[in-house]
Design a protein around this ligand. Structure first.
Ligand SMILES: Cc1cc2nc3c(=O)[nH]c(=O)nc-3n(C[C@H](O)[C@H](O)[C@H](O)COP(=O)(O)OP(=O)(O)OC[C@H]3O[C@@H](n4cnc5c(N)ncnc54)[C@H](O)[C@@H]3O)c2cc1C
Length: 432
């Protein structure tokens, strides 16, 4: 039986494994394998909510083994580190526990068709001090670590503020893309929630949240009027935005900028830039771009090997207008559905179909305060700006679409209901 191996169970890979499992896997037409470095899946756009405590990751995460059991695919826990195209094998590195004792040795997995869906990481562009002093939000583990750090910093600041009147807690985020902007609003929300839960010695004017951006405006990938609307909302919350500010070095105390100024920060987050993981550079002799993404044809097959597909953030595809498909959850979702069709066609010896990115618009959720964005970005007449409840509804629906792809409509409705109940019976913030 043919082996179809998907590496990376994120926004794209897990939807694909589920769909292939429910069809080819269930009918025993092919063996579907999903490899992921983690035991559980959490939809990546939720990470900033996990980091600030607005969301308890333990509630929304999904077990790969349970999903595999329910949807007729095989799950392999492991981190891919190499690809051997001559023998059609992927190599998974040896796994150790927290005491550095080996749990599993290095393993190999054979494939007939391989789908790379390992996502991306934040790109710190080698800025001195970034790795040492900044927090990153590339995965659930990092979001959980940041959450603990945030609570401890806040606890300490609250204690200091009770003794010292002129004290300020400074938090700064590098990067005014959607992640940086949404995180800033979430941090503001966390501060007011923590005050409501008793950490009220630190007053509003003793907390600063700053976004540092090298470009001329926030949300550079979105239309200017959305950027302006979001900027206004941030201003109302008292979040400072420093545009045209290039960070040159990070120290324990803050950010040194190119123009010679210093932005002090106890908590420092790097949320600028995206790249595919470094181990993918020249992977198996495949073509990749300067940020390690695998170059794919419109069929989503890699440019040098028709048996290897790449989807989501780790892939690079140019559209007809010369712009690359953006690294977004909606692209990963669409590409998973498209590769599913092409794999089914490949097994029936039919020619693959070309993928066309449908830009459904972009929404930026500023915590509980506001949601702004545009819909139907593909329209030639321009996009439609939305704000408020409708915008929030569409923003949430992207996650619901992901849940429907993984669990079907009935279970998604139950999950939505249980989410509503949790909102009533649990604290508004994860406080531990
Ligand atoms: C805080 C935040 C907010 C965001 N908000 C939005 C938003 O509002 N809208 C939007 O469209 N997009 C948003 N994005 C971007 C979106 O999350 C990504 O575009 C999307 O998740 C990409 O999907 P993917 O399947 O390519 O990769 P991912 O969802 O990142 O999944 C990659 C998977 O690969 C696994 N993996 C990685 N390396 C290996 C390895 N070596 N071996 C095995 N497994 C591996 C990981 O564990 C992970 O499960 C946001 C991102 C962040 C960080």
């Amino acid at each position: 039986m043919k082996n179809i191996v998907i590496v990376g169970g994120g926004a794209g890979g897990l939807e694909l494994a589920t769909k292939l499992g429910n069809t080819l896997g269930k009918r025993k037409h092919a063996k579907i394998h999903l490899v992921d470095a983690s035991n559980t899946h959490l939809w990546k756009p939720l990470l900033h909510e996990v980091a600030t405590g607005s969301l308890d990751s333990g509630i929304d995460e999904l077990s790969y083994r349970a999903q595999a059991h329910n949807h007729f695919f095989h799950f392999h826990l492991g981190r891919m580190e190499n690809l051997e195209r001559d023998t059609k094998e992927i190599v998974l590195s040896a796994m150790t526990d927290e005491n550095h004792k080996q749990v599993l040795p290095e393993r190999r997995l054979s494939y007939d068709t391989l789908v790379m869906a390992v996502g991306s990481q934040t790109n710190d562009f080698g800025t001195p001090g970034a790795k040492e002093f900044c927090s990153f939000l590339d995965g659930r583990a990092q979001a959980d670590i940041f959450h603990k750090k945030l609570l401890n910093t806040y606890l300490k600041a609250n204690n200091t503020a009770s003794k010292k009147g002129n004290f300020t807690l400074n938090i700064a985020i590098v990067g005014a893309g959607a992640t940086g902007v949404e995180l800033a609003a979430e941090l503001h929300n966390t501060a007011s929630e923590l005050a409501a839960y008793g950490l009220d010695q630190l007053k509003k004017d003793q907390l600063t949240v700053t976004i540092i951006e090298a470009g001329t405006r926030i949300l550079p990938a979105l239309p200017e009027r959305i950027s302006a609307a979001a900027h206004r909302e941030l201003g109302k919350l008292g979040i400072e935005v420093k545009t045209q500010t290039f960070v040159q070095e990070i120290t324990e105390d803050g950010f040194k900028t190119k123009d010679g100024s210093f932005i002090p920060a106890e908590l420092k987050i790097w949320a600028a830039g995206v790249k595919a993981p470094d181990w993918m550079k020249d992977l198996g002799g495949l073509e990749c771009n300067r940020v390690n993404q695998l170059v794919v044809k419109p069929s989503l097959q890699t440019s040098l090997d028709d048996n290897i597909f790449a989807i989501g953030d780790c892939s690079f595809m140019l559209q007809a207008d010369g712009k690359p498909v953006p690294p977004r959850a909606q692209a990963a979702h669409q590409q998973a559905a498209h590769v599913y069709k092409n794999i089914v066609r490949q097994t029936a010896n039919k020619a693959p179909l070309d993928y066309i990115y449908k830009d459904m618009g972009s929404l930026v959720n500023l915590s509980r305060y506001s949601t702004v964005g545009s819909l139907m970005g593909n329209l030639s007449s321009g996009s439609m700006m939305v704000e408020g409840r409708i915008a929030r509804l569409v923003y949430v629906s992207l996650y619901r679409l992901h849940q429907v792809a993984l669990h079907g409509y009935f279970k998604t409705i139950l999950m939505t209901l249980s989410g509503r109940i949790n909102k009533i019976i649990r604290p508004r913030l994860k406080l531990h």
